[in-house]
Design a protein around this ligand. Structure first.
Ligand code: NAI
Ligand code: MG
Length: 354
């Protein structure tokens, strides 16, 4: 099988970590019978300054018509609004209908309290439909309002994806990957005790989706989002797969990333029907760019995650194992993890293990 992968480095350290992603795909063992073709694509703030568009139409067209998947580095956003500029990754999610944001958070399994969870965030609706308005109250003071939209369709497909991820994680465990979990579990997150219509619909629909017979081996539980945050920090090892509407998912996934020590470790994927973009969770890190010290692991794990969604579980598992090997040995670590290794040295250690 030949997979065509779009490479979008973006800005800052995106330019240092995306080449590492390409290298690991090229280094996968020949026995997997996987070949890759790469297409270099532009997006980001530098692209905006050069061309007037943060996300050139050409990038979207090529991804849509020619690619099986993509890797996205990071983009810089100006801290003050710049006329005509808006985030290319947000636009990409919309234009390619990448309705799920998937974020695994995993510590080394030899840690004192190992964590191995994945947050599955709905990515098209909820408060992020951005339908806001400001108006004046009778006394002339301002009132601002935003729409929170939850649909049965989007809730059903995100919960279905969470169920499928739970099954796949079980397969990867059955294939010998060390884990703290014994059986698959999906936790539905909501606040339906207060928002009985919107979050109530999310909760009921997610329950219905996960009641499908193919998920009979997947445990289902639910948790109110505020107590979820508490438990996430106190007992993170409890969680396997968490599914949440957009806003809660955004907050939970950034919070969960803090549990494993460095942003440089945390991958994500933006997933739609038959397409996935792997993307490290960190930004363009201008404070360390150009020094060859960015941790490439978030990107390498994003490559593996993208492969999972392209149904290449075996290849994904090999990358995860090589990365875990590097972290467990702990000899060649980048500075964000307390080591002194360069980006290149970390990548080469992981390629050797692969
Ligand atoms: P950031 O994630 O770029 O950096 C936060 C801190 O973590 C910095 O000290 C950085 O050096 C460190 N860090 C991040 N990734 C690392 C890695 N792989 N290895 C080692 N250390 C790493 O977030 P920040 O500083 O808030 O934002 C910088 C720029 O990135 C801004 O323009 C922001 O808008 C953009 N950004 C873009 C994102 C994206 O493309 N998805 C996400 C977050 C921020
Ligand atoms: Mg966020």
């Amino acid at each position: 099988r030949t997979l065509r992968i779009g490479l979008i480095p973006g800005d800052g350290i995106g330019k240092e970590v995306i080449p590492a992603g390409r290298r690991i795909l090229e280094a996968l063992p020949a026995s997997l019978k996987l070949k890759f073709e790469f297409v270099d694509l532009k997006a980001g703030f530098e692209t905006f300054e050069q061309t007037g568009a943060a996300l050139p139409d050409k990038t979207v067209e090529i991804l849509k018509n020619e690619c099986d998947g993509a890797l996205f580095g990071a983009v810089s956003s100006p801290s003050q609004a710049v006329k005509g500029y808006s985030s290319p990754i947000v636009a990409l999610r919309k234009r390619l209908d990448l309705y799920a944001n998937v974020r695994p958070v995993k510590s080394v399994m030899t840690a004192k309290n190992p964590i191995d969870m994945v947050i599955v965030r709905e990515n098209t609706e909820d408060l992020y439909v951005k339908e806001e308005k400001t108006y004046e109250a009778a006394d002339g003071s301002k009132i601002a309002e935003a729409i929170k939209r939850i649909s049965e369709k989007a809730s059903f497909r995100i919960a279905t994806m969470a169920g499928e991820i739970a099954l796949r994680r079980q397969n990867i465990r059955d294939g010998g990957a060390p884990s703290i979990h014994k059986s698959p579990m999906v936790t539905i997150t909501h606040k339906s005790n207060v928002l009985s219509q919107t979050d109530g619909l999310f909760r009921a629909t997610a329950r219905e989706a996960l009641a499908a017979s193919r998920f009979s081996s997947v445990g289902v539980e639910e948790q109110i989002v505020d107590s979820m945050v508490y438990k996430l920090f106190r007992q993170p090892e409890t969680y396997d797969v968490i599914v949440a509407p957009n806003l809660y998912g955004d907050i939970l996934s950034d919070g969960a990333a803090a549990l494993v020590g460095s942003l440089g470790l945390v991958p994500s994927a933006n997933v739609g029907e038959g397409f996935a973009i792997g993307e490290p969770c960190h930004g363009s890190a201008p404070d360390i760019m150009g020094k060859n010290i960015a941790n490439p692991i978030a990107t390498l794990r994003s490559v593996a995650l993208m492969l999972e969604f392209l149904n290449e579980e075996t290849a994904a598992a090999k990358i995860y194992a090589a990365v875990d090997g590097n972290l467990e040995e702990g000899k060649l670590l980048s500075p964000d993890l307390g080591g002194t290794a360069t980006t290149t040295e970390v990548v080469e250690d992981i390629l050797r293990r692969l």
